[in-house]
Structure formats: C-alpha cells, structure tokens
Design a protein. Structure first.
Length: 143
C-alpha cells in the first residue's frame, strides 16, 4: 500500500476557502519537503494561519502546536532531512485552491515568513526575539 493510499487527499472547505493537501509533500519525493504530521494536523495549521491572518497576498505561514500547546516540528527538508517547524501556504489564484508545505526558509528566500507575521509571533510570545532574528536572516533555528 502506498503512502497516498494511506492518506487520501481530499479538498477541505473552511468557509469560502478551499484547501487541498499536496501529495508531493507526502510521498517521500526526495526533491520536495515532506510533512511529518498527519493531514488533520496540517489542516489545523492551515486553519490557524487563516484565523490568525498570518498571510498576505495569497501566501501564508503556519506553525504546528502539539497537544501541550508548544510549537513542534511539522516536516523535513529534501536536501538533508532536517526538521522544520514553519509551514508555507500558497493559493493557486486561478483555481482558488490553497495548499502548503514545510518551508525551507534557510535556502529559499521566498519561504521566509513576512516580517509582520514574525513580529506577531514574537508579540504573542510564540517565538523569542532571538529565534525571530535567526528566521528573518535565514539562519538555522531550533525550537
């Protein structure tokens, strides 16, 4: 049984917003970041991003909070399988459909969350200022 069969990919609606998990980020593709959390947790991360408005111009960033309310790792990177804790969500404007993936803010400048999102995470005491600086500079950051 393949991983795709174990994780049926279905579009989820959140009000007027549609989200569809991208199978490329769940199929062990060596060239794509991979989610390590289950699909319901991915959807919860997306929903939190939308509710908290951690987005701008059809792009958003999310985090995964474990059962204790702490940030936890949500995926791995393709190049070195390093664990990451930030997700990037994008909207295919032509179809109005969102999808997300574990973000590689160290190698891809476009995966660095917008400053406003990072500042909100600091203000809400989700991230320390030191961690925020590291993320904005594209430096390694552990949680």
């Amino acid at each position: 049984m393949t991983q795709l069969q174990r994780y049926p990919i279905q579009t989820q609606c959140f009000g007027q917003i549609e989200y569809c998990p991208n199978p490329q980020h769940r199929n062990s593709n060596p060239n794509k970041s991979q989610w390590t959390i289950d699909i319901p947790s991915e959807l919860e991360s997306f929903q939190t991003m939308d509710q908290q408005e951690w987005n701008e111009n059809q792009t958003g960033w999310g985090l995964y909070f474990n059962e204790y309310g702490s940030i936890s790792y949500l995926g791995t990177l393709p190049r070195n399988r390093a664990e990451v804790f930030i997700a990037k969500f994008v909207c295919d404007v032509a179809h109005g459909l969102w999808h997300g993936y574990p973000a590689d803010y160290q190698s891809n400048i476009q995966d660095v969350p917008h400053k406003e999102v990072i500042f909100e995470w600091v203000q809400d005491e989700i991230l320390s200022r030191a961690k925020a600086r590291k993320i904005l500079k594209g430096q390694p950051c552990k949680i």
